[in-house]
Write a protein that binds this ligand. Structure first.
Ligand code: GUN
Length: 300
């Protein structure tokens, strides 16, 4: 069998289009424009690219984008003061502090200083607790994007056997909670899991979020399983020329595609969904802040 390739790029474009439609209606009917503030501390090149893309796509969706770039040596107290200011600003509905922060800053402290209702990353301890107890929260963007694609492919996820490989706070754990909320039977597998290949083979839904290039090969994939590859790994690609690199996932695509029923590619799978879901979360935060109904299909 050769799998259906889930086109994350097209899916994300559709989500951004839906967000833009809602934003346009909010402006026309309520004179409200959602606003997203992104804070970047330092000059990490990958973070600079992410932040630029977030800013561009925020504006394309018709929202206000507020970018705050701080020097790498900024004292933590100054960053906390900026977060406080953004918390109090009614034009700002979402706040994101790009991670990683410089070593002299305490990431947990900074994240937990963001007002939970503006925490569009869903990393604040209140949002983590709300998600874990099945209550309304802000949901981390990458797992939300994975959930949207899974719901689109399967319809109902109820009763399916889901295996999440990786136990990070950003992807693995919230993904497991979302799948549990959709009534999957959920296993979190990780580096210490015994017989991990066999555990993965039993999955109807296999989510790979370990950050190890092409670790999950086709023989780990059950016949017809849906494979969601969250990994984005830059590896040498001598076949493209000396010193060249390419992006690969945590799944070995060429072997997994032969076993899976559906699979997300890298690049062009989960990646584009993350910013699309950040925009969706900002819209959701704006609707909640104004006591308006939340947009259908754009929340967990
Ligand atoms: N750095 C890499 N990915 C992310 C993300 O999703 N949110 C934040 N805040 N920082 C990141």
């Amino acid at each position: 069998m050769s799998a259906r390739i889930i086109d994350g790029k097209a899916f994300a474009a559709n989500v951004r289009g839906e967000v833009a439609k809602h934003v346009s209606a909010l402006k026309a009917e309520h004179d409200i424009t959602p606003g997203l503030a992104v804070v970047l501390v330092g000059e990490d090149p990958a973070s600079q690219v992410y932040v630029r893309n977030k800013g561009t796509q925020t504006l394309e969706a018709g929202m206000n984008s507020f970018e705050h770039k701080l020097d790498a040596a900024t004292p933590e107290a100054d960053l906390l003061a900026l977060v406080e200011k953004l918390n109090a600003d009614p034009a700002v509905h979402g706040i994101l502090c790009q991670l990683p922060l410089p070593d002299h800053m305490n990431e947990d402290l900074v994240i937990n200083a963001i007002a939970p209702e503006k925490d569009v990353d869903g990393f604040h301890i209140s949002n983590v607790g709300l998600l874990g107890t099945g209550q309304k929260s802000m949901v981390p963007c990458t797992p939300l994007g994975c959930l949207m694609m899974l719901r689109d492919h399967h319809g109902s996820l109820s009763g399916l056997n889901a295996v999440v490989v990786g136990r990070s706070n950003i992807v693995g754990k919230p993904m497991a909670n979302l799948l549990l909320r959709d009534s999957c039977t959920v296993t979190i597998a990780h580096s210490r899991t015994r017989d991990i290949e066999e555990v993965c083979r039993r999955a109807d839904i296999l989510v790979a979020a370990v950050g190890r290039p092409e670790m999950i090969t086709g023989d780990w994939v059950g016949d017809g399983a849906t494979v969601i590859d969250v990994g984005i790994n830059r590896v040498p690609a001598p076949e493209k020329g000396e010193g060249k690199h390419k992006l690969v996932g945590d799944v070995h695509f060429d072997s997994a595609v032969e076993k899976a029923g559906a699979i997300t590619p890298v690049p062009g799978g989960v990646g584009p969904m993350t910013i699309a879901c950040l925009l969706a979360n900002t819209l959701t935060a704006c609707c909640r802040a104004n006591g308006l109904p939340e947009p259908d299909g754009l929340t967990a």
